[in-house]
Ligand binder design. Structure first.
Ligand SMILES: Cc1cc2nc3c(=O)[nH]c(=O)nc-3n(C[C@H](O)[C@H](O)[C@H](O)COP(=O)(O)OP(=O)(O)OC[C@H]3O[C@@H](n4cnc5c(N)ncnc54)[C@H](O)[C@@H]3O)c2cc1C
Ligand code: SF4
Length: 519
Protein backbone atom coordinates (compact mmCIF):
# COMPACT_ATOMS: atom_id res chain seq x y z
CA UNK A 1 0.00 0.00 0.00
CA UNK A 2 1.40 3.37 -1.05
CA UNK A 3 1.79 5.68 1.92
CA UNK A 4 3.44 8.83 0.62
CA UNK A 5 1.53 11.22 -1.60
CA UNK A 6 3.64 13.62 -3.63
CA UNK A 7 1.92 16.56 -5.29
CA UNK A 8 3.27 17.86 -8.60
CA UNK A 9 1.88 21.23 -9.65
CA UNK A 10 1.45 22.21 -13.32
CA UNK A 11 4.64 24.29 -13.32
CA UNK A 12 6.72 21.63 -11.56
CA UNK A 13 7.38 19.30 -14.47
CA UNK A 14 11.03 18.79 -13.59
CA UNK A 15 12.04 15.27 -14.61
CA UNK A 16 15.52 15.84 -13.15
CA UNK A 17 14.17 16.39 -9.62
CA UNK A 18 15.73 14.09 -7.01
CA UNK A 19 12.23 12.73 -6.26
CA UNK A 20 12.42 10.68 -9.43
CA UNK A 21 15.84 9.12 -8.91
CA UNK A 22 14.26 6.13 -7.18
CA UNK A 23 11.08 4.25 -7.87
CA UNK A 24 8.97 3.10 -4.95
CA UNK A 25 5.61 1.43 -4.76
CA UNK A 26 5.13 3.35 -1.50
CA UNK A 27 5.07 6.66 -3.31
CA UNK A 28 2.14 7.95 -5.36
CA UNK A 29 2.47 11.09 -7.45
CA UNK A 30 -0.59 13.20 -8.15
CA UNK A 31 -0.92 15.63 -11.03
CA UNK A 32 -4.29 17.35 -11.26
CA UNK A 33 -6.06 19.78 -13.55
CA UNK A 34 -7.55 22.12 -10.97
CA UNK A 35 -10.54 24.40 -11.33
CA UNK A 36 -8.97 26.87 -8.89
CA UNK A 37 -5.90 27.17 -11.17
CA UNK A 38 -7.89 27.44 -14.38
CA UNK A 39 -10.08 30.16 -12.85
CA UNK A 40 -7.87 32.35 -10.60
CA UNK A 41 -7.57 34.78 -13.50
CA UNK A 42 -8.89 34.75 -17.07
CA UNK A 43 -6.16 32.84 -18.89
CA UNK A 44 -5.40 32.65 -22.58
CA UNK A 45 -6.89 29.42 -23.88
CA UNK A 46 -3.50 28.35 -25.32
CA UNK A 47 -1.95 28.81 -21.89
CA UNK A 48 -4.41 26.44 -20.18
CA UNK A 49 -4.13 23.96 -23.08
CA UNK A 50 -0.33 24.08 -22.92
CA UNK A 51 -0.19 23.51 -19.16
CA UNK A 52 -2.68 20.62 -19.27
CA UNK A 53 -0.96 19.00 -22.28
CA UNK A 54 2.44 19.30 -20.60
CA UNK A 55 1.07 17.88 -17.33
CA UNK A 56 -0.44 14.90 -19.18
CA UNK A 57 2.82 14.29 -21.05
CA UNK A 58 4.78 14.46 -17.79
CA UNK A 59 2.41 12.03 -16.05
CA UNK A 60 2.76 9.55 -18.94
CA UNK A 61 6.56 9.86 -18.90
CA UNK A 62 6.68 9.22 -15.14
CA UNK A 63 4.39 6.24 -15.47
CA UNK A 64 6.49 4.83 -18.29
CA UNK A 65 9.56 5.22 -16.11
CA UNK A 66 7.88 2.99 -13.51
CA UNK A 67 6.46 5.52 -11.02
CA UNK A 68 2.96 5.32 -9.57
CA UNK A 69 0.98 8.27 -10.89
CA UNK A 70 -2.59 9.51 -10.55
CA UNK A 71 -3.60 11.99 -13.26
CA UNK A 72 -6.83 13.82 -12.58
CA UNK A 73 -8.60 15.82 -15.28
CA UNK A 74 -11.01 18.73 -14.80
CA UNK A 75 -13.79 16.10 -14.88
CA UNK A 76 -12.21 14.22 -11.97
CA UNK A 77 -11.58 17.27 -9.81
CA UNK A 78 -14.81 19.18 -10.41
CA UNK A 79 -16.39 18.17 -7.12
CA UNK A 80 -13.56 19.44 -4.91
CA UNK A 81 -13.83 23.08 -3.91
CA UNK A 82 -10.07 23.59 -3.97
CA UNK A 83 -6.67 21.90 -3.84
CA UNK A 84 -6.75 21.12 -0.07
CA UNK A 85 -10.16 19.45 -0.44
CA UNK A 86 -8.76 17.24 -3.19
CA UNK A 87 -5.64 16.33 -1.20
CA UNK A 88 -7.73 15.47 1.86
CA UNK A 89 -9.79 13.11 -0.24
CA UNK A 90 -6.70 11.42 -1.69
CA UNK A 91 -5.10 11.07 1.76
CA UNK A 92 -8.14 9.19 3.04
CA UNK A 93 -8.72 7.21 -0.14
CA UNK A 94 -5.13 5.95 -0.38
CA UNK A 95 -4.40 5.71 3.37
CA UNK A 96 -1.56 8.19 3.02
CA UNK A 97 0.86 8.60 5.91
CA UNK A 98 3.00 11.44 4.50
CA UNK A 99 2.05 14.31 2.23
CA UNK A 100 4.90 15.92 0.27
CA UNK A 101 5.04 18.80 -2.16
CA UNK A 102 7.57 21.01 -3.93
CA UNK A 103 7.57 24.63 -2.81
CA UNK A 104 5.17 26.52 -5.12
CA UNK A 105 6.71 29.51 -6.91
CA UNK A 106 3.52 31.46 -6.41
CA UNK A 107 2.79 33.08 -3.05
CA UNK A 108 -0.94 32.27 -3.24
CA UNK A 109 -0.31 28.53 -3.61
CA UNK A 110 2.56 28.43 -1.16
CA UNK A 111 0.36 29.97 1.55
CA UNK A 112 -2.51 27.67 0.70
CA UNK A 113 -0.37 24.54 1.06
CA UNK A 114 1.48 25.75 4.16
CA UNK A 115 -1.84 26.57 5.88
CA UNK A 116 -3.26 23.23 4.87
CA UNK A 117 -0.26 21.32 6.18
CA UNK A 118 -0.50 23.07 9.55
CA UNK A 119 -3.82 21.40 10.26
CA UNK A 120 -2.88 17.97 8.85
CA UNK A 121 -2.65 15.12 11.32
CA UNK A 122 -0.22 13.16 9.14
CA UNK A 123 3.39 14.16 8.36
CA UNK A 124 4.02 16.68 5.64
CA UNK A 125 7.16 17.84 3.92
CA UNK A 126 8.03 20.67 1.49
CA UNK A 127 10.93 20.23 -0.96
CA UNK A 128 12.89 22.71 -3.06
CA UNK A 129 11.97 22.53 -6.76
CA UNK A 130 15.67 22.09 -7.65
CA UNK A 131 15.11 24.26 -10.70
CA UNK A 132 16.59 27.71 -10.23
CA UNK A 133 20.24 28.71 -9.94
CA UNK A 134 19.53 29.92 -6.41
CA UNK A 135 17.82 27.52 -4.03
CA UNK A 136 14.77 28.82 -2.24
CA UNK A 137 16.59 29.12 1.09
CA UNK A 138 19.36 31.24 -0.48
CA UNK A 139 17.09 34.06 -1.65
CA UNK A 140 16.89 35.90 1.67
CA UNK A 141 20.65 36.46 1.72
CA UNK A 142 20.50 38.17 -1.72
CA UNK A 143 17.26 40.15 -1.47
CA UNK A 144 15.91 42.33 1.34
CA UNK A 145 12.28 43.47 1.60
CA UNK A 146 11.67 47.00 0.26
CA UNK A 147 15.31 47.45 -0.77
CA UNK A 148 15.98 48.96 -4.20
CA UNK A 149 18.01 46.18 -5.78
CA UNK A 150 19.78 46.62 -9.11
CA UNK A 151 20.03 43.94 -11.79
CA UNK A 152 23.56 44.77 -12.90
CA UNK A 153 25.05 44.22 -9.46
CA UNK A 154 23.18 40.97 -8.89
CA UNK A 155 23.93 39.68 -12.39
CA UNK A 156 27.69 40.19 -12.09
CA UNK A 157 27.64 38.42 -8.76
CA UNK A 158 25.77 35.49 -10.33
CA UNK A 159 28.18 35.33 -13.27
CA UNK A 160 31.11 35.08 -10.87
CA UNK A 161 29.42 32.73 -8.44
CA UNK A 162 28.33 30.24 -11.10
CA UNK A 163 31.39 30.82 -13.27
CA UNK A 164 29.34 31.73 -16.34
CA UNK A 165 31.17 33.52 -19.20
CA UNK A 166 34.08 34.24 -16.88
CA UNK A 167 37.79 34.39 -17.49
CA UNK A 168 39.63 34.00 -14.19
CA UNK A 169 38.17 36.77 -12.02
CA UNK A 170 36.75 38.98 -14.74
CA UNK A 171 34.11 38.70 -17.47
CA UNK A 172 35.10 36.88 -20.65
CA UNK A 173 36.50 39.44 -23.15
CA UNK A 174 36.79 41.99 -20.31
CA UNK A 175 33.32 43.50 -20.67
CA UNK A 176 30.19 42.70 -18.61
CA UNK A 177 27.52 44.44 -20.62
CA UNK A 178 26.85 44.71 -24.37
CA UNK A 179 23.44 46.39 -24.19
CA UNK A 180 24.59 49.38 -26.24
CA UNK A 181 25.44 47.08 -29.20
CA UNK A 182 22.14 45.25 -28.89
CA UNK A 183 19.67 47.88 -30.00
CA UNK A 184 19.38 47.42 -33.75
CA UNK A 185 16.25 48.07 -35.76
CA UNK A 186 15.34 45.78 -38.71
CA UNK A 187 16.22 47.11 -42.14
CA UNK A 188 14.07 45.86 -45.04
CA UNK A 189 16.89 43.48 -46.03
CA UNK A 190 16.98 42.00 -42.49
CA UNK A 191 13.31 41.00 -42.65
CA UNK A 192 13.83 38.41 -45.37
CA UNK A 193 16.48 36.66 -43.27
CA UNK A 194 14.36 36.16 -40.15
CA UNK A 195 13.94 32.39 -39.78
CA UNK A 196 10.54 30.72 -39.78
CA UNK A 197 9.92 29.68 -36.17
CA UNK A 198 10.07 26.04 -35.14
CA UNK A 199 6.53 25.23 -34.01
CA UNK A 200 4.90 22.02 -32.86
CA UNK A 201 1.48 20.56 -33.62
CA UNK A 202 0.30 19.06 -30.35
CA UNK A 203 -3.26 17.82 -30.59
CA UNK A 204 -5.15 19.46 -27.73
CA UNK A 205 -8.68 19.01 -29.06
CA UNK A 206 -9.76 16.90 -26.05
CA UNK A 207 -8.39 19.51 -23.68
CA UNK A 208 -10.27 22.27 -25.51
CA UNK A 209 -13.48 20.25 -25.18
CA UNK A 210 -12.83 19.86 -21.44
CA UNK A 211 -12.23 23.58 -21.01
CA UNK A 212 -15.50 24.28 -22.78
CA UNK A 213 -17.42 21.58 -20.91
CA UNK A 214 -16.37 23.07 -17.60
CA UNK A 215 -17.22 26.59 -18.67
CA UNK A 216 -13.73 27.92 -17.96
CA UNK A 217 -13.64 31.56 -19.07
CA UNK A 218 -10.70 32.19 -21.39
CA UNK A 219 -9.30 34.79 -23.76
CA UNK A 220 -7.39 34.55 -27.04
CA UNK A 221 -7.42 32.34 -30.09
CA UNK A 222 -7.88 28.61 -29.50
CA UNK A 223 -5.66 26.25 -31.51
CA UNK A 224 -6.41 22.52 -31.81
CA UNK A 225 -2.82 21.99 -32.91
CA UNK A 226 -0.87 23.72 -30.18
CA UNK A 227 2.43 25.16 -31.37
CA UNK A 228 4.05 25.37 -27.91
CA UNK A 229 6.42 22.65 -26.62
CA UNK A 230 4.69 20.35 -24.14
CA UNK A 231 7.41 17.85 -23.24
CA UNK A 232 11.10 17.71 -22.57
CA UNK A 233 12.08 16.51 -26.02
CA UNK A 234 10.15 19.34 -27.73
CA UNK A 235 11.69 21.82 -25.29
CA UNK A 236 15.14 20.50 -26.16
CA UNK A 237 14.36 20.68 -29.88
CA UNK A 238 13.32 24.33 -29.48
CA UNK A 239 16.51 25.04 -27.54
CA UNK A 240 18.66 23.42 -30.26
CA UNK A 241 16.80 25.39 -32.94
CA UNK A 242 17.37 28.60 -30.98
CA UNK A 243 21.10 27.97 -30.55
CA UNK A 244 21.60 27.21 -34.23
CA UNK A 245 19.23 29.59 -36.02
CA UNK A 246 18.42 32.47 -33.68
CA UNK A 247 21.21 33.00 -31.17
CA UNK A 248 23.61 34.41 -33.81
CA UNK A 249 21.37 37.49 -34.03
CA UNK A 250 19.51 37.32 -30.70
CA UNK A 251 21.21 40.24 -28.96
CA UNK A 252 21.47 42.42 -32.01
CA UNK A 253 17.70 42.37 -32.62
CA UNK A 254 16.38 41.71 -29.15
CA UNK A 255 14.65 45.11 -28.91
CA UNK A 256 13.51 45.31 -32.55
CA UNK A 257 9.87 45.10 -33.66
CA UNK A 258 8.19 44.79 -37.04
CA UNK A 259 4.65 44.81 -38.32
CA UNK A 260 5.64 44.23 -41.93
CA UNK A 261 5.84 40.44 -41.99
CA UNK A 262 2.18 39.94 -41.13
CA UNK A 263 1.19 42.11 -44.08
CA UNK A 264 3.27 39.91 -46.35
CA UNK A 265 1.37 36.90 -45.03
CA UNK A 266 4.46 35.52 -43.32
CA UNK A 267 4.10 33.94 -39.93
CA UNK A 268 7.43 34.87 -38.41
CA UNK A 269 6.90 38.48 -37.35
CA UNK A 270 5.83 37.40 -33.88
CA UNK A 271 8.83 35.26 -33.04
CA UNK A 272 11.80 37.07 -34.68
CA UNK A 273 15.07 36.03 -32.98
CA UNK A 274 13.49 35.23 -29.60
CA UNK A 275 13.82 31.77 -28.11
CA UNK A 276 10.15 31.29 -27.06
CA UNK A 277 11.52 29.02 -24.35
CA UNK A 278 9.87 30.83 -21.42
CA UNK A 279 6.90 28.46 -21.15
CA UNK A 280 9.11 25.37 -21.23
CA UNK A 281 11.47 26.87 -18.65
CA UNK A 282 8.73 28.19 -16.35
CA UNK A 283 6.91 24.85 -16.40
CA UNK A 284 10.34 23.38 -15.54
CA UNK A 285 10.38 20.99 -18.50
CA UNK A 286 13.85 22.32 -19.06
CA UNK A 287 16.22 23.93 -16.56
CA UNK A 288 17.70 27.42 -16.80
CA UNK A 289 21.15 25.89 -16.38
CA UNK A 290 20.70 23.55 -19.35
CA UNK A 291 19.47 26.44 -21.50
CA UNK A 292 22.39 28.67 -20.55
CA UNK A 293 24.92 25.84 -20.93
CA UNK A 294 23.62 24.85 -24.37
CA UNK A 295 23.78 28.48 -25.55
CA UNK A 296 27.33 28.91 -24.24
CA UNK A 297 28.34 25.65 -25.86
CA UNK A 298 26.98 26.95 -29.19
CA UNK A 299 28.87 30.22 -28.67
CA UNK A 300 32.15 28.31 -28.20
CA UNK A 301 31.63 25.90 -31.09
CA UNK A 302 29.48 27.51 -33.79
CA UNK A 303 31.76 30.33 -34.82
CA UNK A 304 28.89 32.67 -35.85
CA UNK A 305 27.81 33.79 -32.37
CA UNK A 306 29.66 36.76 -30.94
CA UNK A 307 29.98 37.71 -27.29
CA UNK A 308 27.27 40.42 -27.49
CA UNK A 309 24.68 37.83 -28.53
CA UNK A 310 25.48 35.24 -25.89
CA UNK A 311 25.92 37.81 -23.12
CA UNK A 312 22.55 39.36 -24.02
CA UNK A 313 20.91 35.94 -23.68
CA UNK A 314 22.67 34.83 -20.50
CA UNK A 315 21.76 38.17 -18.87
CA UNK A 316 18.05 37.38 -19.37
CA UNK A 317 18.14 33.99 -17.70
CA UNK A 318 20.97 34.04 -15.15
CA UNK A 319 20.26 37.72 -14.51
CA UNK A 320 16.69 38.92 -14.95
CA UNK A 321 14.87 35.66 -14.36
CA UNK A 322 16.60 34.92 -11.06
CA UNK A 323 16.49 38.62 -10.09
CA UNK A 324 12.72 39.08 -10.43
CA UNK A 325 12.14 35.87 -8.47
CA UNK A 326 14.25 37.25 -5.61
CA UNK A 327 12.36 40.57 -5.66
CA UNK A 328 9.03 38.71 -5.62
CA UNK A 329 9.80 36.58 -2.59
CA UNK A 330 11.45 39.38 -0.63
CA UNK A 331 8.41 41.62 -1.07
CA UNK A 332 5.30 39.47 -1.15
CA UNK A 333 2.50 39.78 -0.24
CA UNK A 334 2.48 43.56 -0.03
CA UNK A 335 4.20 43.93 -3.45
CA UNK A 336 0.89 42.93 -5.05
CA UNK A 337 -0.79 46.08 -3.71
CA UNK A 338 1.91 48.66 -4.53
CA UNK A 339 0.75 51.61 -6.61
CA UNK A 340 3.47 54.23 -6.16
CA UNK A 341 2.19 56.45 -8.98
CA UNK A 342 -1.46 56.27 -7.87
CA UNK A 343 -2.55 55.03 -11.28
CA UNK A 344 -6.28 54.46 -11.39
CA UNK A 345 -7.80 54.41 -14.89
CA UNK A 346 -9.40 51.22 -16.24
CA UNK A 347 -7.68 49.21 -18.98
CA UNK A 348 -9.13 50.23 -22.37
CA UNK A 349 -11.52 47.78 -24.02
CA UNK A 350 -9.21 47.21 -26.98
CA UNK A 351 -6.74 45.32 -24.76
CA UNK A 352 -9.18 42.42 -25.23
CA UNK A 353 -9.63 42.84 -28.98
CA UNK A 354 -6.65 44.64 -30.50
CA UNK A 355 -9.11 47.06 -32.00
CA UNK A 356 -7.25 50.38 -31.83
CA UNK A 357 -5.99 52.74 -34.51
CA UNK A 358 -2.58 52.86 -32.81
CA UNK A 359 -0.62 50.49 -35.04
CA UNK A 360 2.00 49.53 -32.45
CA UNK A 361 -0.60 48.64 -29.84
CA UNK A 362 -2.96 46.95 -32.23
CA UNK A 363 -0.09 44.74 -33.43
CA UNK A 364 1.14 43.83 -29.94
CA UNK A 365 -2.33 43.08 -28.55
CA UNK A 366 -3.52 41.14 -31.61
CA UNK A 367 -0.34 39.07 -31.63
CA UNK A 368 -0.78 38.36 -27.91
CA UNK A 369 -4.36 37.21 -28.48
CA UNK A 370 -3.31 35.05 -31.44
CA UNK A 371 -0.19 33.42 -29.99
CA UNK A 372 -0.33 34.04 -26.19
CA UNK A 373 3.07 35.60 -26.80
CA UNK A 374 4.76 38.96 -27.22
CA UNK A 375 8.44 39.54 -26.81
CA UNK A 376 9.99 41.58 -24.06
CA UNK A 377 10.03 44.97 -25.77
CA UNK A 378 6.44 44.61 -26.95
CA UNK A 379 5.46 43.88 -23.33
CA UNK A 380 7.62 46.62 -21.82
CA UNK A 381 7.65 49.42 -24.37
CA UNK A 382 4.38 48.98 -26.24
CA UNK A 383 1.56 47.68 -24.01
CA UNK A 384 3.43 48.36 -20.75
CA UNK A 385 4.47 51.87 -21.74
CA UNK A 386 0.95 52.76 -22.81
CA UNK A 387 -0.48 51.64 -19.46
CA UNK A 388 2.26 53.50 -17.59
CA UNK A 389 1.87 56.86 -19.32
CA UNK A 390 -1.92 56.64 -19.41
CA UNK A 391 -2.02 55.85 -15.68
CA UNK A 392 -3.86 52.52 -15.82
CA UNK A 393 -4.54 50.82 -12.49
CA UNK A 394 -1.68 48.33 -11.95
CA UNK A 395 -4.10 45.67 -10.62
CA UNK A 396 -5.79 45.63 -14.01
CA UNK A 397 -2.47 45.69 -15.85
CA UNK A 398 -1.15 42.80 -13.76
CA UNK A 399 -4.31 40.86 -14.34
CA UNK A 400 -4.08 41.26 -18.11
CA UNK A 401 -0.45 40.16 -18.26
CA UNK A 402 -1.06 37.25 -15.89
CA UNK A 403 -3.84 35.95 -18.10
CA UNK A 404 -2.66 36.53 -21.62
CA UNK A 405 0.88 35.19 -21.82
CA UNK A 406 1.81 31.55 -22.20
CA UNK A 407 4.62 31.97 -19.66
CA UNK A 408 2.73 34.07 -17.12
CA UNK A 409 3.14 32.86 -13.57
CA UNK A 410 2.85 35.45 -10.84
CA UNK A 411 6.42 35.24 -9.48
CA UNK A 412 7.82 36.35 -12.85
CA UNK A 413 4.87 38.30 -14.23
CA UNK A 414 4.35 40.64 -11.28
CA UNK A 415 7.84 42.13 -10.73
CA UNK A 416 8.10 42.60 -14.49
CA UNK A 417 4.69 44.22 -14.83
CA UNK A 418 4.01 46.07 -11.60
CA UNK A 419 7.69 46.75 -11.02
CA UNK A 420 9.73 47.12 -14.19
CA UNK A 421 6.98 48.24 -16.53
CA UNK A 422 4.55 50.22 -14.32
CA UNK A 423 7.02 51.57 -11.71
CA UNK A 424 4.26 50.87 -9.20
CA UNK A 425 6.87 49.57 -6.75
CA UNK A 426 8.52 53.01 -6.68
CA UNK A 427 11.85 51.70 -7.96
CA UNK A 428 12.45 48.38 -6.21
CA UNK A 429 13.09 46.65 -9.57
CA UNK A 430 14.24 49.50 -11.81
CA UNK A 431 15.90 52.83 -11.27
CA UNK A 432 13.46 54.77 -13.46
CA UNK A 433 10.05 54.51 -15.05
CA UNK A 434 10.34 53.04 -18.58
CA UNK A 435 8.23 55.83 -20.06
CA UNK A 436 8.56 56.71 -23.72
CA UNK A 437 6.91 58.82 -26.39
CA UNK A 438 6.20 57.63 -29.94
CA UNK A 439 9.77 58.41 -30.85
CA UNK A 440 11.02 55.23 -29.14
CA UNK A 441 8.58 53.09 -31.15
CA UNK A 442 9.70 54.86 -34.32
CA UNK A 443 13.33 54.15 -33.47
CA UNK A 444 12.85 50.42 -32.81
CA UNK A 445 10.11 49.44 -35.27
CA UNK A 446 8.48 50.01 -38.64
CA UNK A 447 4.98 50.51 -37.17
CA UNK A 448 4.72 54.28 -37.42
CA UNK A 449 4.86 54.54 -41.21
CA UNK A 450 1.63 52.51 -41.46
CA UNK A 451 -0.16 54.13 -38.53
CA UNK A 452 -3.31 56.22 -38.57
CA UNK A 453 -1.45 58.70 -36.33
CA UNK A 454 1.59 60.87 -37.08
CA UNK A 455 4.47 60.08 -34.81
CA UNK A 456 6.11 63.47 -35.37
CA UNK A 457 3.09 65.37 -34.05
CA UNK A 458 2.18 65.93 -30.41
CA UNK A 459 -0.93 68.04 -30.78
CA UNK A 460 -3.77 67.90 -33.30
CA UNK A 461 -6.31 65.15 -33.88
CA UNK A 462 -3.92 62.95 -35.89
CA UNK A 463 -0.95 63.30 -33.50
CA UNK A 464 0.52 60.13 -32.03
CA UNK A 465 -1.32 59.71 -28.69
CA UNK A 466 1.85 58.46 -27.00
CA UNK A 467 3.48 61.88 -27.37
CA UNK A 468 0.98 63.96 -25.40
CA UNK A 469 0.42 61.12 -22.90
CA UNK A 470 4.17 60.93 -22.31
CA UNK A 471 4.47 64.63 -21.50
CA UNK A 472 1.35 64.53 -19.38
CA UNK A 473 2.89 61.65 -17.41
CA UNK A 474 6.19 63.48 -16.93
CA UNK A 475 4.42 66.66 -15.90
CA UNK A 476 2.11 64.86 -13.48
CA UNK A 477 5.03 63.24 -11.67
CA UNK A 478 7.48 66.12 -11.98
CA UNK A 479 8.03 66.49 -8.23
CA UNK A 480 9.31 62.95 -7.81
CA UNK A 481 11.02 62.68 -11.20
CA UNK A 482 13.12 65.87 -10.90
CA UNK A 483 15.07 64.20 -8.10
CA UNK A 484 15.87 61.20 -10.28
CA UNK A 485 19.13 61.73 -12.21
CA UNK A 486 17.77 59.55 -15.06
CA UNK A 487 14.68 61.74 -15.70
CA UNK A 488 15.86 65.14 -14.47
CA UNK A 489 17.16 66.34 -17.84
CA UNK A 490 14.03 65.44 -19.83
CA UNK A 491 11.88 67.19 -17.27
CA UNK A 492 13.92 70.34 -17.26
CA UNK A 493 13.61 70.52 -21.08
CA UNK A 494 9.84 70.17 -20.76
CA UNK A 495 9.60 72.84 -18.11
CA UNK A 496 11.65 75.21 -20.26
CA UNK A 497 8.96 75.15 -22.98
CA UNK A 498 6.60 78.15 -23.07
CA UNK A 499 3.61 77.67 -20.79
CA UNK A 500 1.17 77.98 -23.70
CA UNK A 501 2.88 75.08 -25.53
CA UNK A 502 2.78 72.92 -22.44
CA UNK A 503 -0.87 73.76 -21.91
CA UNK A 504 -1.73 72.75 -25.46
CA UNK A 505 -0.02 69.37 -24.99
CA UNK A 506 -1.71 68.78 -21.64
CA UNK A 507 -5.12 69.67 -23.09
CA UNK A 508 -4.59 67.12 -25.86
CA UNK A 509 -3.56 64.55 -23.23
CA UNK A 510 -6.68 65.25 -21.15
CA UNK A 511 -8.80 64.63 -24.21
CA UNK A 512 -6.99 61.34 -24.91
CA UNK A 513 -7.36 60.21 -21.30
CA UNK A 514 -11.10 60.78 -21.48
CA UNK A 515 -11.31 58.79 -24.70
CA UNK A 516 -8.94 55.87 -24.14
CA UNK A 517 -11.41 53.34 -25.50
CA UNK A 518 -11.59 55.17 -28.83
CA UNK A 519 -7.93 55.73 -29.69
C1 LIG B 1 5.42 43.65 -18.53
C2 LIG B 1 6.18 42.36 -18.65
C3 LIG B 1 5.61 41.17 -18.24
C4 LIG B 1 6.33 39.98 -18.33
N1 LIG B 1 5.75 38.83 -17.90
C5 LIG B 1 6.45 37.67 -17.94
C6 LIG B 1 5.87 36.45 -17.51
O1 LIG B 1 4.73 36.42 -17.06
N2 LIG B 1 6.61 35.31 -17.59
C7 LIG B 1 7.87 35.32 -18.08
O2 LIG B 1 8.50 34.26 -18.14
N3 LIG B 1 8.46 36.46 -18.49
C8 LIG B 1 7.78 37.62 -18.45
N4 LIG B 1 8.37 38.77 -18.90
C9 LIG B 1 9.78 38.75 -19.34
C10 LIG B 1 9.99 38.51 -20.84
O3 LIG B 1 9.22 39.41 -21.57
C11 LIG B 1 9.64 37.08 -21.23
O4 LIG B 1 10.35 36.18 -20.41
C12 LIG B 1 10.05 36.80 -22.68
O5 LIG B 1 9.43 37.72 -23.54
C13 LIG B 1 9.67 35.37 -23.05
O6 LIG B 1 9.92 35.14 -24.40
P1 LIG B 1 11.17 34.29 -24.91
O7 LIG B 1 11.19 32.98 -24.23
O8 LIG B 1 11.11 34.29 -26.39
O9 LIG B 1 12.34 35.16 -24.36
P2 LIG B 1 13.78 35.51 -24.95
O10 LIG B 1 13.74 36.90 -25.44
O11 LIG B 1 14.25 34.46 -25.87
O12 LIG B 1 14.65 35.50 -23.61
C14 LIG B 1 15.20 34.27 -23.11
C15 LIG B 1 14.67 33.93 -21.75
O13 LIG B 1 15.10 34.88 -20.79
C16 LIG B 1 14.18 34.94 -19.73
N5 LIG B 1 13.80 36.34 -19.55
C17 LIG B 1 13.99 37.35 -20.41
N6 LIG B 1 13.62 38.51 -19.86
C18 LIG B 1 13.15 38.23 -18.64
C19 LIG B 1 12.61 39.00 -17.59
N7 LIG B 1 12.48 40.34 -17.67
N8 LIG B 1 12.21 38.37 -16.48
C20 LIG B 1 12.34 37.04 -16.36
N9 LIG B 1 12.85 36.26 -17.31
C21 LIG B 1 13.26 36.84 -18.43
C22 LIG B 1 12.99 34.08 -20.11
O14 LIG B 1 13.09 32.86 -19.43
C23 LIG B 1 13.17 33.88 -21.60
O15 LIG B 1 12.66 32.66 -22.05
C24 LIG B 1 7.65 39.99 -18.83
C25 LIG B 1 8.22 41.20 -19.25
C26 LIG B 1 7.49 42.36 -19.15
C27 LIG B 1 8.14 43.63 -19.58
S1 SF4 C 1 2.52 56.77 -34.58
FE1 SF4 C 1 2.37 56.47 -32.38
S2 SF4 C 1 0.61 55.13 -32.12
FE2 SF4 C 1 1.23 55.01 -34.25
S3 SF4 C 1 2.62 53.26 -34.36
FE3 SF4 C 1 3.88 55.07 -34.07
S4 SF4 C 1 4.12 55.20 -31.87
FE4 SF4 C 1 2.43 53.81 -32.22
Amino acid sequence: MANELRLILGDQLNAAHSWFKEKSSNVTYVIAELHQEANYTTHHIQKISAFFAAMQAFASALEKAGHRVIYLSLDDTQNYTDLPALISFLITEHEIKTFSYQLPDEYRLREQLADYCKQLTIDSKAYDTEHFYLADNQLASYFKPGKKHRLEHFYRKMRAEFNVLMDDDGPLTGQWNFDSQNRNKFKASDLAEIPEPLVFANDVSDILKRIERHDIKTIGKAEKQLLWPVNRSQANALLAFFCKELLPKFGQFQDAMTGKLIEFGEDKGWSLYHSRLSFAINAKMISPQSVVNAAIDAFHHNGNIDIAQIEGFVRQILGWREFVRGIYWANMPHYAALNALDASLPLPEWFWTGNTKMRCLSHAVTQSLDFAYAHHIQRLMVTGNFCLIAGINPDQVDNWYLGIYIDAIEWVEMPNTRGMSQFADGGIVGSKAYAASGNYIKKMSDYCGDCHYKVTNTVGSDACPLNALYWHFMDKHKESFTNNPRTKMVLSNWLKKPESDRKEVLTRADFLLQNLDNL
